[in-house]
Structure formats: structure tokens, C-alpha cells
Design a protein around this ligand. Structure first.
Ligand SMILES: [Ca+2]
Ligand SMILES: [Ca+2]
Ligand SMILES: [Ca+2]
Ligand SMILES: [Ca+2]
Length: 338
């Protein structure tokens, strides 16, 4: 069996020589913000016959699909729609030069169009807001946290700074303009301020055309036990009948502590060697042992309270009231009635 394959043969004249590009490939640069219709570059093929140029459609965005570049009859390449270096940084075009004969004689070259970066993207922070906690007893110089900015543009040298609102805290916080590290300049006091909102700015370069963005850092100050518990008074007075039962409550002492976590413990430290009185965890002072006014009519107790780190004292005087518990004693028997 024999297959016949049709073959077309064109005979061309000597003048219709194969076109040849001036170089097998071209490499051009253009700014990514060139306006639409801008001229990019010219390619040139040599031939003794008139030529036309086309860009062979590719299959990817980087090979001109959809169309971003066009070429005219003089081999001039123009950009036809906006390009973005951050999306595609290099276009690879197949440019074809062909004679006007039928069929044409063709030749191809590769054209690389490399986009040059323009600062057209704003820097941005990895977080908004940032949150950080710091104990109020952290020392000056403590590094709290580091903010990190990003930028789609290639050449970004970030410059960090605080916003104007942080000026009033300029004695407390500092920021490293190149690393974004935020440090403590002086210790904080939770009892004075327990939350700071710091605005942090970033510029994507040092020049006048820098783009800027911002974030916020919430600094939460954690409590440390740095305040003593305080009695609501320094001098307390109470009175109790001398026949009061054991367990009778005389009064309840209260304390305040500026710190968040306070677990006051009370003690009678002076003035009651026989342990006639006791004080409970809730501050209740109560009769512990039977009293006797005739023996001790008045007590002057020193009460101490501690939060584990500090001790504060107060004085409690207790008057023992007469309960008429002695039989009457006559100093002299009267004889006047007789
Ligand atoms: Ca850019
Ligand atoms: Ca930028
Ligand atoms: Ca305390
Ligand atoms: Ca505190």
C-alpha cells in the first residue's frame, strides 16, 4: 500500500531572501508605570523584501496572553495595557518578522521585557494591632517587641517611628528606626496607667516620595506587688463587756491595696500576751478567751497586715466594760438603822 501526501512547492525568486533579525534575542527594560501606548523598544529584521512584524500569541501572562504589548510595521513595540512588576517582572515575547509574499518567509526572535520597580505599593505591618504585655517592674531597657513591615516593592528600606500621639510617652518608650524594636525607657506603673496605645509608623524609604502606613501597639501593663496594704484607719477603738462570750466579734478591720492581687493576712503582734483576742482572715476581731475587767480594763493592740511583701500596722484599743460580776463589798456595816 502506498500513501500519497500532497506537497505544495513554491518557487521564490532570488530577491525573496529569508528575513533575519539583527540579533537572536533582545532584552529591554521599562518602568512598570509607563503609561499605556508608551513606546518600549524597536526590533529589526533584515530582508531584501518588505516585512511585517507580529507578536506570536503565547499561552501565559508572561508571554503576552492577554495582550500587553503590540508591534507595528516598523518593529516598534508599545505597551498596550498597564503592567505591574509585582505581578509579572519579565515578559517573554516571541516576535516574528515575515515577508509580504504568499506564503511568507518568516523568522522569529525572543524579546525579553524586564520591568523596573517603581515604589507603587504601600508598606504594611504584619499585625494590626500588635498586643504585648509587660510587667510593671520590667527594667528600663527591656525590649518589649519588634514590629515588622512588608512591602511588595523590591527596594524597600523601612524607617520606623512613633506617631505623634506617642510623644507624651517619650520618656517611657523608644523605637529603633531601622529594626522596629520597641523598648522601655523607664519602668511603668500599672497603678498609674495600665494600658498604652502606641501608634507606629513605617515609611518604605528615606526619601521624600516614601509611602507610609501605620499600626497600633497595645501595651498592657501587668501588676506587680509594689504597694503596701493600708488600713482604712490608723487608730481603731472598740469596747466589749467583760462577760462577752468567746467568739464575740468586736469589729471588722478592712484594708485597701492598690495592687490588683492582694491577699491580706492579719496578725495581732503586740498588746495581748494572753491571747484574749484573735483576728480572722476577713479582718474580724473577736474574743478568744474570757476577759476580766478588774484585771485588765483596757487593751492596746498592734494589728499588722501583710500582702506577702509589705507590712503595715494599726492600733486597736479595746475597753472592757464592767459587767457587775463581783458581789458587793461593804466597807463598813451601818448601825444607823437602829
Ligand atoms: Ca513596584
Ligand atoms: Ca513600597
Ligand atoms: Ca500590695
Ligand atoms: Ca502594682
Amino acid at each position: 500500500m502506498k500513501n500519497d501526501v500532497p506537497v505544495n512547492i513554491w518557487v521564490t525568486d532570488n530577491d525573496s531572501a529569508q528575513p533575519i533579525f539583527s540579533q537572536p534575542s533582545y532584552s529591554f527594560f521599562m518602568l512598570e508605570n509607563e503609561p499605556v501606548s508608551s513606546f518600549v523598544a524597536t526590533v529589526k529584521a533584515l530582508s531584501s523584501s518588505p516585512l511585517e512584524y507580529i507578536i506570536v500569541p503565547g499561552y501565559t501572562k508572561g508571554s503576552n496572553s492577554p495582550v500587553r504589548f503590540s508591534i507595528d510595521s516598523q518593529g516598534r513595540i508599545h505597551v498596550m495595557s498597564a503592567v505591574d512588576m509585582e505581578t509579572i517582572s519579565v515578559y517573554t515575547l516571541t516576535v516574528q518578522a515575515q515577508t509580504l509574499s504568499n506564503p511568507p518567509l518568516v523568522t522569529q526572535a525572543i524579546v525579553y521585557i524586564r520591568l523596573m520597580d517603581i515604589n507603587d505599593n504601600y508598606p504594611y505591618f504584619e499585625s494590626f494591632p500588635y498586643m504585648v504585655t509587660v510587667p510593671e517592674n520590667a527594667e528600663a531597657g527591656t525590649e518589649l517587641m519588634q514590629v515588622v513591615a512588608r512591602d511588595l516593592d523590591r527596594s524597600s528600606k523601612f524607617v520606623y517611628s512613633f506617631g505623634n500621639d506617642v510623644r507624651k510617652y517619650s520618656q517611657k518608650f523608644s523605637i529603633d528606626s531601622s529594626t522596629g524594636m520597641i523598648s522601655l525607657l523607664s519602668p511603668l506603673d500599672r497603678e498609674a496607667q495600665d494600658l498604652y496605645n502606641l501608634t507606629v509608623l513605617v515609611k518604605d524609604n528615606e526619601g521624600p516620595r516614601a509611602l507610609q502606613n501605620f499600626t497600633v501597639i497595645q501595651v498592657k501593663v501587668m501588676d506587680h506587688n509594689d504597694n503596701p496594704p493600708e488600713f482604712t484607719r490608723t487608730l481603731y477603738q472598740a469596747a466589749v463587756n467583760e462577760d462577752a462570750f468567746e467568739g464575740t466579734i468586736l469589729m471588722t478591720l478592712t484594708t485597701v491595696d492598690k495592687d490588683l492581687t492582694s491577699d491580706p493576712q492579719y496578725y495581732i503582734t503586740e498588746g495581748d500576751p494572753e491571747g484574749k483576742f484573735k483576728i480572722r482572715k476577713n479582718g474580724d476581731v473577736y474574743v478568744n478567751r474570757v476577759l476580766d475587767r478588774e484585771k485588765v480594763p483596757r487593751y492596746k493592740l498592734t494589728i499588722a497586715v501583710t500582702d506577702g511583701a509589705f507590712v503595715t500596722t494599726a492600733t486597736l484599743t479595746i475597753d472592757i466594760l464592767d459587767a457587775n460580776d463581783n458581789a458587793p463589798v461593804c466597807s463598813k456595816v451601818s448601825t444607823d438603822i437602829y
